[in-house]
Write a protein of this length. Structure first.
Length: 244
């Protein structure tokens, strides 16, 4: 009982930290967008021995812009009623400093320095993975944004270091009078310690009922999940999003 309570407290603490960051960012920022997402997915390789399980995920995320650059923070809480099994929390916080602005008509909108912290708390691990590197915003016709990051990565539970490449995109479009978006990210991480390189992609297709409510699907593909050779995750997910 007390073991479960400790895990729940750790998960709640991460959530409170994320909420505090989001609240302070929203107050101080030139612009800020906060969203809450509920997802339910199938065939995650997260059970005992990487067996397939179905899970519910609650996500709280915020993006904020400042004179000096921008920040992004999110927290995923997964099956919090199953802290001895697949339940847990994962939070990521990144800040980017804009040291060069591109031209309106050029290929590049801006160059950034980026730092990032990934915090994970579950039955298997409690860790903070540190990252730092460079980021570029690209001018892509028809895209709301198109970003790439290249970062040095240090997982404290593994020997050595790795490199992570990130691609993040968002494209809005219409079908008749209805608003849709195609968005998501792709991460490629090189090997570190005993792990092998892995690729994680999460494309989303959303119908925007209004400025706040969006409903759609997300597909998660993770080749060599968590750097474990041969463990590949293919998980369709249904999702509902509310944007503030």
């Amino acid at each position: 009982m007390f073991k479960n309570m400790n895990k729940l407290v750790k998960t709640a603490s991460i959530g409170l930290v994320a909420s505090a960051i989001i609240g302070s960012n929203a107050i101080a920022a030139n612009w800020s967008s906060t969203k809450v997402e509920g997802l339910y997915g199938y065939d995650y390789k997260r059970g005992p021995g990487f067996s397939e399980v179905n899970e519910g995920i609650l996500t709280l995320a915020n993006a904020s812009g400042f004179d000096w650059g921008d920040t992004f923070v999110f927290i995923d809480t997964t099956n919090v009623d199953d802290v001895d099994g697949t339940g847990g929390a994962h939070m990521e916080f990144s800040g980017r400093y804009n040291f060069h602005k591109g031209t309106k008509d050029g290929a590049i909108k801006g160059f950034f320095g980026i730092v990032q912290a990934d915090i994970t708390s579950n039955r298997f691990t409690q860790k903070i993975t540190k990252m730092a590197g460079l980021s570029v915003d690209w001018n892509m016709p028809g895209m709301r944004f198109f970003k790439t990051h290249l970062q040095y990565r240090d997982d404290p539970t593994l020997d050595g270091t790795s490199v992570q490449f990130n691609l993040v995109w968002n494209k809005g479009f219409k079908v008749g009078e209805q608003d849709f978006s195609f968005e998501g990210f792709l991460d490629y991480t090189t090997s570190e310690g005993t792990t092998v390189s892995n690729t994680l992609a999460q494309p989303q297709l959303l119908w925007h009922a209004n400025k706040s409510l969006a409903i759609g699907i997300e597909y998660q593909y993770w080749k060599n999940r968590l750097g474990v050779d041969g463990i590949n995750e293919s998980s369709p997910q249904v999702m509902v999003r509310w944007t503030f």
